[in-house]
Design a protein around this ligand. Structure first.
Ligand SMILES: CC(C)(COP(=O)(O)OP(=O)(O)OC[C@H]1O[C@@H](n2cnc3c(N)ncnc32)[C@H](O)[C@@H]1OP(=O)(O)O)[C@@H](O)C(=O)NCCC(=O)NCCS
Length: 129
């Protein structure tokens, strides 16, 4: 499903350094809203500065990509993908996806996965996009 069908006001795009505070808020919210993320409510200690550094690290890594669903004032979801770096694992990828509960069942998870998949195809020809 193209991202435009998930919601007219949500845009799926690559993460940017300026997303740090919104990403911290999204992750803390998801920790509260679902038991399927790795951390329990209150366990996450990541600061805005640490998150900004992680985003910068991702931008410099050919093996990691992070896409966000941007609805303006806040982020509605994300998908993170880490590709294998060894010759025997470079065809594999680990994927973490999270969508804000208020947006479940509206196609946003599907849009994030489609965006991730098209980025992965581009990676095969030189880098995430
Ligand atoms: C899983 C999640 C990303 C789905 O996002 P979403 O925006 O609601 O997904 P969509 O609306 O695009 O639905 C896509 C399909 O997945 C199905 N689906 C959604 N959540 C599901 C769940 N928890 N279990 C089984 N199927 C699910 C939908 O029914 C839909 O199926 P369909 O295409 O046959 O109708 C979202 O529920 C979420 O963030 N959950 C909490 C975090 C999580 O579980 N992350 C995955 C582990 S890292």
């Amino acid at each position: 499903m193209p991202s435009s069908q998930a919601s007219a006001t949500v845009r799926v795009r690559k993460v940017e350094t300026g997303d740090a505070a919104k990403l911290v808020e999204l992750n803390r919210t998801l920790d509260q809203e679902t038991r399927f993320m790795s951390m329990e409510p209150g366990e996450r200690t990541t600061t805005q500065e640490q998150q900004a550094q992680r985003i910068a690290d991702i931008a410099g890594s050919p093996a990691v990509a992070l896409f966000v669903a941007d609805e303006g004032a806040r982020l509605a979801g994300f998908v993170a993908v880490s590709a294998g770096t060894l010759r025997r694992t470079r065809h594999t990828a680990q994927l973490v996806i999270g969508v804000r509960r208020s947006h479940w069942g509206q196609g946003l998870g599907t849009s994030l996965l489609h965006r991730r998949a098209s980025g992965q195809r581009r990676r095969a020809s030189g880098g995430w996009n």
